[in-house]
Design a protein around this ligand. Structure first.
Ligand code: PMP
Length: 455
């Protein structure tokens, strides 16, 4: 037994060294990655649990990157991929070529998506989906004889990906500072979001900062507004009642398209199949990715309203936009099975049920720890913040409170994510049970206590 553990450990060590030398990690500190190596190398997963190379089990409290909605180790998805790969793993969808899984998935998505979002353009992920939404909105206006409608308005603290246009739409300064690579034509309005320090909470006209931007730039030059129903990577910021409806009305008033970025919110995460369904809003475009396959394969897409689809299909020329992997048969087969499981196992309903447990757990933490405030939960998308109880302000950034609490959780075998200096996000797989949520809350409780003891 002891020998076996040594063998595993030496393999882990070797992998760590190879990782440090050869693997440039995404959204990571390169110096720390090259010097320290990875903190964990995943080897297996089952439900909400993931194992490291030494067989130690962790709770995946973030569904990795908010995407493993049906949980880890779901063999049916492996079987769906195997079946499709054995038949034909990949085929092109360019110029008259098609495949059965992509066609069936397109139809399935049309049946699930709100309102008349009945057509889809497939991509490989969220950034590509948003870039596609921007290009298609410009293309739409061009076909309508309004080629000057090109500008895109995003929100401060909104996150839309890291390809050049998606990153330009992203309202998080660090993504722009990294390579100074924003492209022109993207603007950021101040979001009037609850749980977010941006915006004037006393202004009842939530959409005013977007209106001001449209009026300044000229509605004739604005193609679309892009918005996450709930901001994810920017801080798990919930929109106040009426906000999304007001933005929709504003778009109608100025003839501007509404892009809902559902990359995190889609496929059950918020207790509805799509996040926007929590409000009475119909988007013109809807970007999807992540939960469409629960991360078992790389797939994204943009859904189009009938008006946009009908305008585009009237175009006689070639639409010069398409990815090698648009409509990838294996990815689409995996997505179909993933959606089947979400529906068959009642995972949207479970998410709504577990929302209550999460709220209960966070209320307990807020009651017990005077530094915990501003808890929010929609479905299984949740966060809390850490405050200085004496001043009522966030804890001093130099304390690195959120990062330390997340580290303490990791030491206790729970994976969470901190956003900035004082927010901790929680987004477990949608298969989670009441007992498992209680276990997570217990670990967070102990981790907050451990952090407080360092003060
Ligand atoms: N939009 C949102 C709301 C996201 O959270 C993300 C990824 N976290 C993206 C877009 C980009 O997706 P991807 O990383 O698959 O390109």
């Amino acid at each position: 037994m002891a020998k076996e553990i040594n063998v595993i450990n030496s393999k882990t060590k070797e992998l760590v060294e190879l990782d440090k030398r050869h693997f440039i990690h995404p959204t990571s500190a390169p110096k720390a990655a090259a010097e320290d190596g990875p903190s964990i190398i995943f080897s297996e997963g089952n439900g909400i649990y993931v194992n490291n190379m030494d067989g130690e089990s962790y709770i995946d409290g973030m569904s990795m990157l908010w995407n493993v909605n049906i949980g880890h180790g779901q063999k049916e998805l492996a079987e769906a991929a195997n079946e499709q790969m054995t038949k034909i793993a990949y085929s092109s969808a360019f110029k008259g070529f098609s495949n059965e899984p992509a066609i069936k998935l397109a139809e399935k998505l049309a049946s699930l998506a709100p309102g008349d979002l009945n057509a889809v353009f497939f991509t490989s992920g969220g950034s590509e989906s948003n870039d596609t939404a921007f290009k298609l909105s410009r293309f739409y206006w061009k076909l309508k004889g309004k080629a000057e409608k090109k500008k895109i308005i995003g929100m401060q603290s909104g996150y839309h990906g890291v390809t050049q246009a998606a990153q330009s739409a992203t309202g998080i300064p660090a993504t722009h500072e990294f390579a100074g690579s924003s492209v022109e034509g993207f603007y950021h309005a101040t979001p009037h979001l609850t749980n977010c320090e941006l915006g004037d909470k006393n202004d009842p006209n939530y959409e005013n900062s977007i209106r001001a931007l449209i009026e300044k730039e000229g509605a004739d030059t604005v193609a679309a507004v892009i918005i996450e129903p709930v901001q994810g990577a920017g801080g798990v910021n919930m929109p106040p009642e009426g906000y999304l409806e007001a933005v929709r009305k504003l778009c109608d008033e100025f003839n501007i398209l509404f892009i809902a970025d559902e990359v995190i919110c889609g496929f059950g995460r918020t207790g509805k199949m799509f996040g926007i369904e929590n409000w009475n809003v119909q988007p013109d475009f809807m970007s999807i990715a992540k939960g469409i396959t629960s991360g078992y394969s790389q797939l994204g897409g943009v859904m189009l309203s009938d008006e946009i689809r009908d305008t585009i299909v009237n175009y006689d020329g070639v639409m010069a936009h398409g990815f090698t992997y648009s409509g990838h048969p294996t990815a689409c087969a995996v997505a179909l099975k993933n959606i089947e499981i979400i529906e068959r196992d009642g995972l949207v309903e479970n998410t709504k049920e577990m929302e209550k447990e999460m709220q209960k757990g966070l209320a307990y933490l807020e009651e017990k720890h005077d530094i915990v405030r501003n808890c929010r939960t929609l479905g299984l998308l949740a966060a809390f913040e850490v405050y200085n109880p004496e001043t009522g302000e966030h804890l001093d950034p130099s304390l690195q409170a959120a990062a330390t609490i997340v580290d303490e959780c990791f030491d206790r075998k729970l994976i969470l994510r901190h956003i900035g200096d004082f927010r901790v996000a929680i987004a477990p797989p949608l298969v989670i049970s009441k007992q498992e949520i209680e276990k997570m809350i217990q670990i967070i409780d102990e981790s907050i206590t451990a952090f407080k003891n360092t003060l």
